[in-house]
Design a protein around this ligand. Structure first.
Ligand SMILES: Nc1nc2c(ncn2[C@@H]2O[C@H](COP(=O)(O)OP(=O)(O)OP(=O)(O)O)[C@@H](O)[C@H]2O)c(=O)[nH]1
Ligand SMILES: [Mg+2]
Length: 280
């Protein structure tokens, strides 16, 4: 686990560029994954943002367990943070992000106005771990696909400011992952959600982590999807069971374990195994 790194050379450069550009914005919109609001919170981002006003937006609300998410929202509220959870593809959620950013930058703009400066657009930087939905959020806000998005980490490589409308500009940034994980559990949760490049942790290990989570919290979701009872006392039987039911066979009619892994991870990440809360 100590070896677990995500091309740190590139990361160091990204971090430097982000710190440099931070001077140009009034506030930061920190994106978290609503399915793991603690594990997706990169401590390095605290270090970068420091005293800039900040808004916390939990993305992919549509894939998260609502009860668990509510607890996290109250947690952030108690800490006095401006926090909300959204589904980027729900049109009525989008203005909430803009409002929150305007609210957090209000102090800075009011100060400028008091000095007689002309009113200008709020400028916010979007920060977050890879694949959390930074570029998607901006595309959805302007209703245009100006930024490349993809369901894999490391899509955005450059920092870029986009004007949403005359009142707000948003800066897209590459995902920032911590160079080393103190807690291997955090790495496994992020891997299960598809935020780490696959193969940083052996795929079967990630899948088994998913089996254990489902057995503990949502065994019925597993059973509904694959039509048999989940029992982690026999891991091989689970792989075989999924393989048989989903028709994953090699040419020699053996179970194709690579396909089983692929199917399970896609099912989990796309919500076919129910709504998820990995941080409890
Ligand atoms: N279900 C759901 N999917 C989302 C949401 N927001 C983003 N996504 C998906 O998450 C994936 C990653 O989105 P990106 O916008 O490329 O993520 P990013 O944070 O820019 O990633 P990097 O540029 O790699 O750091 C895409 O497949 C999006 O469709 C959401 O609210 N709900
Ligand atoms: Mg991106």
């Amino acid at each position: 686990m100590a070896q677990l790194q995500w091309y740190p050379g590139h990361m160091a450069k990204t971090k430097r560029q982000v710190i440099e550009k931070l001077k140009l914005v009034d506030c930061v919109i920190e994106l978290l994954d609503a399915r793991a609001p603690m594990s997706s919170r990169n401590p390095m981002i605290d270090e970068i943002v420091r005293h800039k006003p900040r808004v916390v937006v939990m993305m992919k609300k549509d894939l998260a367990d609502i009860e668990g998410l509510r607890k996290w929202l109250s947690y952030f509220e108690e800490k006095g943070a401006i926090a909300l959870a959204i589904n980027a593809f729900d049109r009525k959620d989008l203005p909430k992000v803009v409002k929150a950013a305007e609210l957090s930058a209000a102090g800075v703009l009011a100060k400028e106005a008091s000095k007689g400066r002309q009113k200008r657009a709020v400028r916010a930087m979007i920060l977050g771990i890879p694949n959390v939905g930074k570029s998607t959020l901006i595309n959805q806000l302007i209703q245009k696909r100006v930024l490349t998005v993809g369901d894999r980490p490391g899509v955005t490589k450059n920092i870029q400011m986009i004007r949403i409308h005359e009142d707000i500009e948003l800066m897209d940034t590459p995902g920032i992952l911590w160079p080393k994980f103190e807690d291997p559990e955090v790495a496994k949760r992020l891997a299960l959600l598809g935020t780490l490049k696959d193969h940083l942790i052996p795929l079967d290990e990630i899948v088994i982590y998913g089996f254990n989570y489902l057995e503990k919290y949502h065994p019925q979701h597993f059973e509904e999807r694959y039509q048999f009872t989940l029992d982690t006392n026999n891991i091989v039987a689970i792989f075989d069971g999924i393989g048989e039911r989903m028709g994953c066979f090699t040419k020699g009619r053996e179970i194709d374990y690579d396909r089983v892994i692929d199917i399970f991870l896609n099912d989990f990440r796309e919500g076919r195994l129910g709504k998820v809360m990995l941080d409890r």
